[in-house]
Design a protein around this ligand. Structure first.
Ligand code: SF4
Ligand code: SF4
Length: 317
């Protein structure tokens, strides 16, 4: 009998859904073994259809995207109830991802920026979407926009994580194969990525040079053989889980950390700060400050994908 699967898109960019499509001909193998019963981006299947299913009827659900509003949370809870295995797919479900960067702002500031101030917006009446509204006597209701972006496991119990922004397509297939072969790792595991750092997988030469200055990628022509961090580019390889195949590094772009921290590391950004402290050349406080000041927006740079899952979680406003 075929397994029953579902895919849902919460607060994210849709890249994880594209990664699912990017499995190319492997989709035929998946289709032989599974019936995809719920995938709002591609199939016309309603929430009420899911509500009508038995509890645990889905063998696996891949939830991508963070939890940003009440609809994301409601569907996360519904899918959790209806699934045997719930997987957080991609950096947003896993760590909050780029949407989590909004946790550095208040809800009101975000709405004002998007609906009133943005350069591409014409909104002379200053209208901001309301949760409840009445138009021509008819009540309208929108999902509640949360003040804080949450990871999937801050809302429901998650069985496995597939990291990445987006995940490598083969790793998505591996997770599906593991379910139909009944060959799943212990609950809570990260699937499809290794346990070492990206630096361990990276083939660039490391000379253990100390860093004397930080530069932006646009300011240097990099040596394609040598470690980017040692060339002054802020690469999060030392604190990021291996498994993506060094996608960015191979195109001369430093790692931004989308595969998340290693097992047992509660805060990827703080770990990066401490990793950097040991490789800076200056040793006097003033010179260290000067060097650190060369990093544009360190808080967001170090926590680019992981604010919602970090110790900080959000800025106090
Ligand atoms: S810091 Fe970046 S470029 Fe250097 S070895 Fe690690 S992953 Fe490779
Ligand atoms: S190199 Fe880093 S940012 Fe790029 S895909 Fe890999 S883990 Fe993500």
């Amino acid at each position: 009998m075929k397994l029953k699967a579902g895919i849902y898109w919460g607060a994210g960019c849709g890249g994880c859904d594209v990664a699912v499509l990017d499995v190319h001909e492997l989709i035929l193998t998946v289709a032989e073994k599974m019936d995809l019963l719920f995938w709002p981006i591609a199939l016309d299947f309603k929430y009420d259809d899911v509500r009508g299913m038995d509890d645990g009827e889905f063998d696996i659900v891949l939830y991508n995207g963070a939890v940003r509003n009440s609809e994301n949370e409601e569907i996360a809870r519904l899918l959790r109830k209806k699934s045997k295995v719930m997987v957080a797919l991609g950096a947003c479900a896993h760590l909050g991802g780029l949407p989590g960067l909004a946790n550095f702002h208040s809800k009101d500031d975000l709405l004002k920026r998007v609906y009133i101030e943005s350069e591409s917006t014409i909104n002379e009446e200053g209208t901001i979407p309301q949760e409840y509204w009445k138009e021509a006597g008819l009540p309208l209701e929108l999902p509640r926009f949360y003040g804080t972006v949450k990871t999937l496991d801050q809302v429901v119990d998650v069985d496995y994580y597939i990291p990445g922004c987006p995940p490598v397509p083969q790793q998505i297939v591996n997770a599906l194969v593991a379910v139909w072969e009944g060959n799943l790792p212990p609950k809570g595991s990260v699937i499809g990525a290794g346990s070492r750092t990206l630096c361990d997988e990276c083939s660039r030469v490391k000379e253990e040079k100390e860093i004397t200055e930080f530069k932006r990628t646009s300011e240097v022509i990099t040596d394609p053989e040598k470690c980017l961090l040692e060339q002054g580019l802020l690469c999060l390889g030392p604190v990021t889980r291996e498994g993506c195949g060094s996608r960015c590094i191979n195109t001369n772009v430093p790692c931004r950390g989308c595969y998340g921290p290693l097992e047992g590391v509660p805060d990827q950004g703080i770990r990066m700060l401490s990793a950097l402290a040991s490789v800076l050349e200056p040793k006097e406080e003033e010179a260290i400050d000067e060097l650190i000041n060369q990093i544009p927006d360190p808080l967001r740079t170090f926590h680019r994908f992981s604010v919602a899952a970090s110790i900080l979680r959000r800025k106090k406003i």
